[in-house]
Design a protein around this ligand. Structure first.
Ligand code: PLP
Length: 390
C-alpha cells in the first residue's frame, strides 16, 4: 500500500519534537546537534526568541489578505532588500523554485520587451540545482530528477561549472541569460572562483545577456556576506533567494534590477500565498538580526574557525576524508568512504548533516553558533572518522 505521505523521499526514521538554537530533540528525547538546519533554512537556529515574537505578534493581527491588496510587510521587506543589494524590485514567493521560476520569466520578458524574443535560452552549469518544478529539472538535467517526466522545456544549455571558456563558447544568438549558483549547494558545496564570477558579469554585458545568480542556498549571510556574489565584487541582474530569509517559515523572493524587470507589469505574474503577512513578518525579522552590527563578523569568524577545524580533522583521517571546502558557514567535507554511511554514523553520534553530490557531507549550521557548537561538531566528526576502518 502506498504510504499516505507520497513516498518521494527515502525518509530517515526519526521524528523531531522541538528545537532550540543549534539543538533539536526527537520524540524519544534524544538530542542532536543540528548542522543541517533544514538544509540552510533555519539560519538563526530553532525557536529563535525574536522570530517567535515577531511571528506570533503578526499571527494575532492578520495572516493573509491576498495580493489583490497592498501588503505592508512586502513593502518594508522589499525596500530593505533593494537598499541592501543591486536590486530595484522584488517579487515574493513561498519557495525557492517559485523564486527561480520568476527569474526565468523575468529574463524571457526582458528580451521580449526589448525586441529580442529569440533570446529565450539559458546557459546553466553542470551540477546545478534549481528546484523540482518541470522547468527547474529541465535546467539541472540530472537523470534521477528528469527520468520519466518528459517532454521537458528545451531552453537550457548546460556547460561545466566554473569554466568561463566553455561557457562563452556555448553562447548563441538565442542565449538570453547565464544562470548559476555562486556556490553549488546540492552539487557539493563547490564555490565558483571570484574570477569566474567576474568573467560571467563581463560576458553577460558583452553579449547583452542577463546574469541570474541563484542564491537560494548561499544567500542571507550564509557565506559571511549578505549574498555570496558580494565576495567577487559583482552584481547580478536577477537573483532568486529563499531558504535562509524565512528562518524556517516558507519565504522566497526574486530580486531584479529595474532594467531586467521592465516587462513585469500587472497581470504578468502572481501568487496566492506569496509574501503574505506572516511570511513578511518573519522575513523582516530575519533581516533585522542578520544586518545587525557585528552579525556578519560573527559568521565570518565562526565560519573560519569551523573550516580550520574541519581541515584539521581531514588531515587526521586522510583515508576517510579528502578535503573540506566552502565559505562562511556553507561548508562541506568530501568523503572517501560512502557519504551516506558517514551521514548515518554522524547522526548516530548525535549530529545532523546532509549529503550532497560529489561525495560531500554538507555542514550547514545555524549562523548563530558559537565555539562550543564548533568544538562539539569537530569532536563528533573526529570520533565518527575513527569508526571507519583505515
Ligand atoms: C533549495 C534550492 C532550490 C529550490 O528551493 P525549494 O524551496 O526547494 O523549491 C533552488 N536552488 C537552490 C540553489 C537551492 O539550494
Amino acid at each position: 500500500m502506498i504510504p499516505v505521505v507520497m513516498p518521494t523521499y527515502a525518509r530517515i526514521d526519526v521524528v523531531f519534537e522541538r528545537g532550540e538554537g543549534a539543538y533539536i530533540w526527537d520524540t524519544n528525547g534524544r538530542r542532536y546537534l543540528d548542522f543541517t538546519s533544514g538544509i540552510a533554512v533555519n539560519a538563526l537556529g530553532h525557536a529563535h526568541p525574536y522570530l517567535v515574537e515577531k511571528l506570533t505578534e503578526q499571527a494575532r493581527k492578520l495572516w493573509h489578505t491576498s495580493n489583490l491588496f497592498r501588503v505592508a510587510g512586502q513593502e518594508s521587506l522589499a525596500t530593505r532588500l533593494t537598499r541592501l543589494t543591486f536590486a530595484d524590485t522584488v517579487f515574493f514567493t513561498n519557495s525557492g523554485v517559485e523564486a527561480w521560476e520568476c527569474a526565468v520569466k523575468v529574463v524571457r520578458k526582458y528580451h521580449y520587451e526589448t525586441g529580442n524574443p529569440q533570446k529565450n535560452r539559458f546557459i546553466v552549469a553542470g551540477g546545478a540545482f534549481h528546484g523540482r518544478s518541470t522547468t527547474a529539472i529541465a535546467a539541472a538535467k540530472s537523470e534521477k530528477m528528469v527520468k520519466g517526466f518528459g517532454p521537458l522545456l528545451d531552453a537550457f544549455d548546460q556547460v561545466a561549472f566554473d569554466n568561463l571558456n566553455e561557457l562563452r563558447a556555448a553562447i548563441t544568438p538565442q542565449t538570453g541569460a547565464i544562470m548559476v549558483e555562486p556556490i553549488l549547494g546540492e552539487g557539493g558545496i563547490r564555490p565558483a572562483s571570484p574570477e569566474y564570477l567576474r568573467g560571467l558579469r563581463e560576458t553577460a554585458d558583452e553579449f547583452g545577456l542577463l546574469l541570474v545568480l541563484d542564491e537560494i542556498q548561499s544567500g542571507v549571510a550564509r557565506t559571511g556576506k549578505l549574498f555570496a556574489h558580494e565576495w567577487a565584487g559583482i552584481t547580478p541582474d536577477v537573483m532568486p533567494i529563499a531558504k535562509g530569509i524565512g528562518g524556517g517559515f516558507p519565504v522566497g523572493a526574486c530580486l531584479a534590477t529595474e532594467k531586467a524587470a521592465v516587462g513585469m507589469v500587472p497581470g504578468t505574474h502572481g501568487s496566492t500565498f506569496g509574501g503574505n503577512p506572516l511570511a513578511m513578518a518573519v522575513g523582516n525579522a530575519v533581516l533585522d538580526v542578520v544586518t545587525a552590527p557585528g552579525f556578519m563578523d560573527h559568521v565570518n569568524a565562526i565560519g573560519a574557525s569551523l573550516q580550520a577545524g574541519l581541515e584539521q580533522v581531514v588531515a587526521r583521517h586522510p583515508s576517510v576524508l579528502e578535503l573540506a571546502r566552502g565559505k562562511g558557514l556553507m561548508l562541506g567535507v568530501k568523503t572517501r568512504v560512502p557519504t551516506a554511511d558517514m551521514v548515518t554514523r554522524l547522526r548516530e553520534n548525535g549530529m545532523l548533516t546532509v549529503a550532497a553530490s560529489d561525495n560531500v557531507v554538507r555542514i550547514l549550521p545555524p549562523l548563530t553558533i558559537g565555539e562550543r557548537e564548533v568544538a562539539e561538531c569537530l569532536d563528533i566528526l573526529d570520533k565518527t572518522c575513527r569508526e571507519f576502518p583505515t
